[in-house]
Design a protein around this ligand. Structure first.
Ligand code: DHB
Length: 392
């Protein structure tokens, strides 16, 4: 009799809790957004934050009857902090989706948390191929460096560039860029005349640019992470390499839309491969750029921003499919195979790899309305990550 009363009391308390605080918790879906908001890669954090806010402003903060709440934390580009924040968000704050991840080491640090907690991890920025293989709960909405570098390499070899020298940032996405540029460039008949890796911390490109110039290539191929392009451009011009007749080719991370205007006219003619340009001529992108600039008058959206914007779309569409359910397995199942139009063009989530499939455009820096832009002139459609495609 006593036990029955106790049970009754517990049930009543439970029902009451569900009607108040518990009920509120059920109606809210928290998304933990972890980004570098300070330090040398703060532009990546700010671009993604702005895009996430824009997505919510345009699409509302309620989906499938659930209120969306963003919990934004700055990991200051320190992987241990990313991991701790991811753990705290899942265990203490009850977030149902982790998102953001500005650089590869930060995405990798959170992967064991998403795998163990079975919480979707939306990688909105980092681009090393292997990231998606580190947790079955990772979905990527940014890009892979092999996607960009292979398109750049084969285009270069087919368009009059016989010899190339590569300069990449010495960390995983740089190594991916070096390997996959070389692979596609040499398969299409090109020859590498040298390769250099530049330290990530306090980079000084000058000695590497000198080595490249001495090797007399037809072109220098470059990967630097978003945020380092301005220093590269300055040192390139200081050495007079813009007037040397050598071509400058790169992944779109170098002439990042956020900073391109600061390069000056020395950047004119630079050819790069990338999934996104602020000058992409679709109606969807024209509207995106206008809305982004209206909300953030000092910024131009770059390739990182669309990773954030499309990442939110993936989360919203998955929640619609689960009727607001937040079970990690169900959300992942709903995300696999999603296909939609992004400001960058048509994209999809490969159901087998959970990686993004997207067009890679060849672009040339040109002046438009008095500003520098990456103007697209050719498209390679629906590019899958070539690194994963190369393995069984
Ligand atoms: C990564 C970071 C960048 O800033 C970038 O432009 C490309 C890749 C990365 O860490 O994966």
């Amino acid at each position: 009799m006593q036990r029955r009363n106790l049970l009754k009391a517990m049930l009543t308390a439970g029902v009451l809790a569900a009607g108040t605080a518990g009920g509120y918790a059920e109606e809210t879906v928290k998304i933990g957004l972890i980004l570098p908001m300070t330090g040398p890669f703060a532009s990546t954090g700010k671009q993604i934050e702005a895009a996430v806010k824009l997505y919510i402003a345009e699409h509302g903060d309620t989906v499938a009857g659930k209120k969306i709440e963003i919990v934004l934390k700055d990991d200051t580009n320190v992987a241990d902090i990313t991991k701790r924040l991811a753990q705290e968000m899942v265990v203490n704050d009850g977030v149902k989706v982790l998102a953001g991840f500005g650089l590869t080491p930060l995405a990798l640090a959170a992967a064991p948390v998403s795998a163990q907690a079975k919480v979707p991890q939306i990688v909105m920025a980092a681009g090393t191929a292997i990231i998606t293989e580190r947790s079955p709960f990772i979905v990527r909405t940014s890009f892979t460096l092999p996607q960009k570098a292979t398109v750049m390499g084969s285009w270069a070899a087919r368009n009059g560039i016989g010899k190339a020298f590569s300069i990449v940032a010495d960390f995983a996405p740089g190594h991916d860029s070096e390997k996959w540029f070389k692979d596609s460039f040499t398969k299409a008949g090109g020859q590498m005349v040298g390769e250099a890796r530049v330290p990530m911390a306090n980079p000084d490109f000058a000695p590497f640019l000198q080595r490249a110039a001495d090797a007399k290539p037809d072109a220098i191929f470059v990967f630097v992470p978003s945020g380092q392009g301005a220093l590269f451009a300055k040192q390139y011009v200081e050495r007079g390499l813009d007037k040397s007749g050598m071509k400058l080719i790169a992944t779109g991370d170098l002439p990042d839309d956020d900073i391109l205007n600061g390069f000056g006219d020395a950047a004119l003619g630079m050819i790069t491969a990338d999934p996104y340009s602020a000058a992409h001529p679709s109606a969807k992108n024209v509207a995106y750029v206008a809305a982004f600039k209206k909300a953030n008058p000092a910024m131009r959206p770059n390739f990182m921003s669309v990773g954030g914007y499309d990442g939110m779309h993936v989360i919203y569409e998955a929640l619609k499919k689960t009727n607001g359910g937040t079970d990690g397995e169900a959300l992942l199942a709903a995300m696999k195979g999603l296909a939609f139009e992004s400001p960058r063009g048509p994209i999809s989530i490969d159901p087998a790899t959970r990686d993004i499939v997207q067009n890679i455009y060849l672009r040339k820096v040109e002046k438009k309305d008095g500003e520098l832009y990456n103007i697209e002139f050719a498209t390679v459609e629906a590019v899958k990550d070539p690194d994963k495609a190369s393995r069984p």
